[in-house]
Design a protein around this ligand. Structure first.
Ligand code: BYC
Length: 340
């Protein structure tokens, strides 16, 4: 370990532009923090690959939050009551807030958020597959809360213990809010389940459409072979991922099936059955061709989502310019000693 020469409490910043040559000693310091299950902070030395995978994942997560505002934003004007409308607006605003925490967390790794947004807009960075599916009825608002936020919580609670401090801390607040989102979704569905035959049918239809895409949110299946396992093996060794994709997916299925039973609906999987021996719900094959098609840009709503995102960004250019001009003006006045 390196005492106070760098790392937490040090005066020597070690960020993307200032990191000296990455030596064995720095690697040893980093490995020590990971082995102790301590948090890596922005000024700590870190391997380039660790920094790069965090930027990739946090940016993808931030992009998912802001693109994820679209499918539900679509229903703010169509919510069935003032109360439902106020709750939905608050939820969609929360997603914008999550995007902001996450872009800020990514910036601590030495990237600029405008660079990340450019990469989203030109297709070099991804966002979650789930937001490329359409929202057709009010029941979709409940189902997104129940299944999409439910899957997000399952994936994000372990990220509160992620080895990178700023990401882990952002996740704590995000998870508290996601938990409210999940409850509000389930409550919408609970109300529909007690409603008319048409409302019950609307609930069943939404569950049928969102079930498989929600299972895909956890990412491709584990291959069990580090060489072909995407980012999983390395990210688990770095303490970024705490569970594999398939483990989280199974936990999600186990949590969700009893909730579906309570709602009085079926899930669209003939292979779904309780396995006494495993103590888990077995489920059928996921259509991974569909998953890869969707993340490569060929889902039902990819083009629509990106067009709205890029258009909104362009429409907001004057706000960003005004904010920067104001900040520059304040800085100039401060340096001239004009501000008390
Ligand atoms: N969609 O090796 P893998 C929300 C990509 S928003 C698209 O397992 P990793 C909400 C993956 O990026 C919450 N791409 O990767 C908002 C990689 O490709 P690249 C969103 C996916 O990173 C509004 C390749 O497949 N949550 O809750 O170890 C309203 C191989 O995958 C997906 C997060 O972002 C996918 N579903 O694990 C309501 C959580 N899955 O990058 C709700 C943070 C995989 O090499 N992210 N890919 O080209 C993570 O935990 C991880 O990044 C993942 C994937 C588990 C998603």
């Amino acid at each position: 370990m390196y005492g106070n020469d760098f790392g937490p409490g040090s005066d020597t910043p070690l960020n993307a532009t200032e990191t000296p040559d990455y030596t064995d000693a720095l690697q040893e310091y980093f490995d020590g923090l990971i082995a102790d299950d301590s948090r890596i902070e922005p000024r700590d030395a870190m391997p380039d690959g660790y920094r790069a995978t965090l930027i990739r994942q946090i940016a993808q997560h931030a992009h998912s939050e802001i693109i994820g505002m679209q499918p539900e934003g679509n229903f703010i004007t169509r919510a069935p009551s003032l109360r439902r409308k106020a709750i939905l607006m608050a939820k969609v605003q929360d997603e914008a807030g999550h995007g902001l925490y996450l872009y800020s967390a990514a910036e601590t790794l030495g990237v600029d958020r405008s660079e990340l947004l450019d990469k989203l807009h030109n297709g070099k960075q991804k966002y979650s597959s789930i937001f490329n599916y359409p929202t057709l009825t009010w029941a979709d608002m409940g189902t997104i809360g129940w299944l999409v936020d439910g899957a997000a919580i399952m994936n994000q609670v372990p990220l509160c213990r992620c080895s990178y401090g700023p990401y882990a801390r952002a996740m704590i607040r995000v998870c508290k809010e996601e938990s409210f989102h999940q409850r509000q979704g389930y409550e919408i569905l609970w109300t529909l389940s007690k409603g008319t035959v048409e409302q019950q049918a609307m609930l069943q239809d939404a569950a049928n459409r969102w079930w498989w895409p929600a299972l895909m949110m956890f990412g491709p299946p584990d291959s069990g072979d580090a060489a072909t396992d995407g980012h999983t093996a390395q990210n688990m060794a770095w303490g970024i991922k705490r569970f594999s994709n398939d483990d989280l997916r199974q936990k999600f299925v186990d949590m969700t099936v009893p909730q579906a039973i309570k709602l009085g609906i079926t899930l669209p999987d003939p292979d779904l059955r309780w396995d006494e021996e495993r103590g888990h719900w077995d489920f059928g094959e996921i259509d991974w061709d569909e998953f890869w098609r969707v993340i490569k840009g060929d889902g039902p709503c990819n083009a629509q989502r990106m067009a709205l995102r890029v258009g909104s960004h362009e429409d907001g250019a004057w706000v960003r310019e005004a904010a920067v001009a104001y900040a520059d003006k304040v800085a100039a006045r401060e340096s001239a000693g004009a501000v008390a």
